[in-house]
Design a protein around this ligand. Sequence first.
Ligand code: DC
Length: 225
Amino acid sequence: MTDKKKYPRIAIDGPAGAGKSTVAREVAKRLNIKYLDTGAMYRAVTLKVIRESLDLNNSEALEELLDRTSIDLDEEKRVYLDGKDVTEEIRRSHVNELVSPVSCISLVRRRLVAMQQAIAEESKGIVMEGRDIASRVMPDADFKIYLDASLEERTRRRSKEQLEKGISLTKEEVASEIMNRDTIDSQRDDSPLTIVGDALVIDTTGMTFETVVNKVVEVISQELH
Ligand code: DC
């Protein structure tokens, strides 16, 4: 059996609210391989930047902050910043607002990409989710999936998620936050959100998560068997 068959490496990219996390998690579960949410890592760094009121233009201070930062994600999908559970806090509005600008900084990207590549290297198969997974982190991934959805659909999904967490924002506020992140994430100089030539693009507008997961698993299973 080839390594690809035994230990598939799957990249899932796409804009905010396209359903990447739910789909990537479920695909990893069904294939019984590791799942890594790289957005959570950018969020954890952003939270630390906020807590320390760091000036993003001060690269020396940022480098020093990164030197003393540890980020861990466990099998239960909980996220730890310097050993403390920050799973809920990294999804809050103050982090949403700053995470895209922080993610534009090459210094931050270099560190996190190196960590992500090391995790992929030591894992026996992985589903990694983000913006630059197929283009930068795992350009040699066995499967490259790009999930998209209309702005309206993404706004609806995000609003529902926020409500479930007890955060009440208007549809307009959620849409504007998504549009703002879309613009920054796809226009930045370093590893912008992009669709690589060999990606399978799935527009999930109007599809249930179950249908999307089935489609992704079907494509992968066809190749693996
Ligand atoms: O997937 P998410 O919405 O949790 O990601 C939060 C932000 O992190 C996103 O707006 C851009 C950044 N990000 C990135 O630049 N590269 C990645 N691989 C993952 C996320």
